[in-house]
Design a protein around this ligand. Structure first.
Ligand code: 13P
Ligand code: SF4
Length: 317
């Protein structure tokens, strides 16, 4: 047996005495996804955390995701196998900056993407993920101004889809997705003229450009799909298409290919790799379970305020 298989086996064995569940984001390395009880996008992982009856959640993702699990499950032990697994997007706004922004727009409703710290969530009225951002914005009365944060591309996408004019967007971005530019999109179409569909994550730097392209070019409306990572997985299975260009972090290619062995998936940008997501390895997951490290615990006063925003989102999901 390979070393990897040994480690996976040990992880599975240890889960029982710990009464642990392993949650893994779609961008995790394949061997970590394979050992997980549940894999999914940010929304799906929040839902899985909220409903589990395990005592321990090993979160194979990044820090804000483990914090979200801690907010939703204050009585459970939430472990993040590497505390350095951060997020460049979540780091673009602090709670102080949000408080200042709110002070400039005291009547506005604050919608925060789940890629934010617990302190920022505590200052927010609603949370959202890429899977439900438009739905959350639509649920807010049309005469209320909205402060949407922190992702500029997702915010612009939501404003376009909902037709909302009274929405202010924080100028944050994820370094991986922002690096997927309109020129990369055009080049991928040139390299793969036989691709039937193109999946674009709304955090991508090419999102609004692709939306315009879809409206203006013949056949592109059916070809281009703007989706969360789990939206991509669902669409890949439901679609009769054979070849897909995929614009997001390349970890998504593994579940797409695994679920559809007879279809072809190519990355729109091969080096779209999140070094934070890749910090989680099988060895670190095992250590996490053995030593019960590293615990992520959001203080209850902060958690209580963030929980309202997350619950509002989950009720709409
Ligand atoms: P989703 O999985 O919600 O689509 O989010 C992508 C992401 O960048 C998470 O960090
Ligand atoms: Fe954050 Fe971007 Fe990495 Fe997702 S891909 S965790 S948004 S840095």
């Amino acid at each position: 047996m390979t070393v990897q298989a040994d480690i996976s086996e040990e992880i599975v064995r240890l889960k029982k005495p710990r009464n642990a569940v392993i949650l893994a984001h779609n961008y995790q390395v394949p061997e970590v996804q394979d050992v997980a009880d549940f894999t999914g996008d940010s929304l799906g992982l929040s839902q899985a955390a909220a409903r589990t009856d395990a005592d321990v959640i090993v979160f194979c993702g990044v820090h804000f995701m483990a914090e979200t699990a801690s907010i939703l499950c204050p009585d459970k032990t939430v472990l993040l196998p590497d505390l350095e697994a951060g997020c460049s997007l979540a780091a673009t706004i602090t709670a102080d900056e949000l408080r200042q922004w709110k002070a400039q727009h005291p009547e506005a409703v604050v919608v925060s993407y789940v890629n934010t710290s617990a302190e920022v969530k505590a200052e927010s009225d609603y949370c959202c993920t890429s899977a439900n951002a438009a739905k959350v914005v639509q649920a807010i009365p049309s005469d209320r101004e909205i402060l949407f944060l922190p992702d500029l591309y997702l915010g612009d996408y939501v404003a376009k889809v909902t037709g909302r004019k009274n929405i202010r967007v924080w100028p944050g971005e994820c370094h991986v997705h922002a690096g997927i530019r309109p020129g990369d999109f055009k080049e991928a179409l040139r390299l793969h003229p036989d691709a039937d569909e193109v999946f674009i994550h709304p955090e991508c730097g090419c999102t609004t450009n692709c939306m315009t392209f879809a409206q203006e070019e013949a056949d592109m409306e059916e070809k281009i799909h703007i989706l969360s990572t789990s939206g991509m997985i669902r669409r890949s299975a439901a679609s009769p298409a054979r070849k897909f260009i995929v614009a997001t972090e390349t970890g998504i290619l593994y579940p797409l290919q695994k679920g559809n062995p007879d279809k072809v998936f190519v990355p729109l940008k091969e080096d779209a790799v999140c070094e934070y997501m890749k910090r989680i390895t099988l060895e670190k997951v095992l250590r996490s379970l053995e030593e019960m490290v590293f615990q992520v615990k959001v203080a209850e006063d902060l958690a209580a305020r963030g929980r309202t925003a997350i619950h509002r989102m989950l009720e709409l999901a």
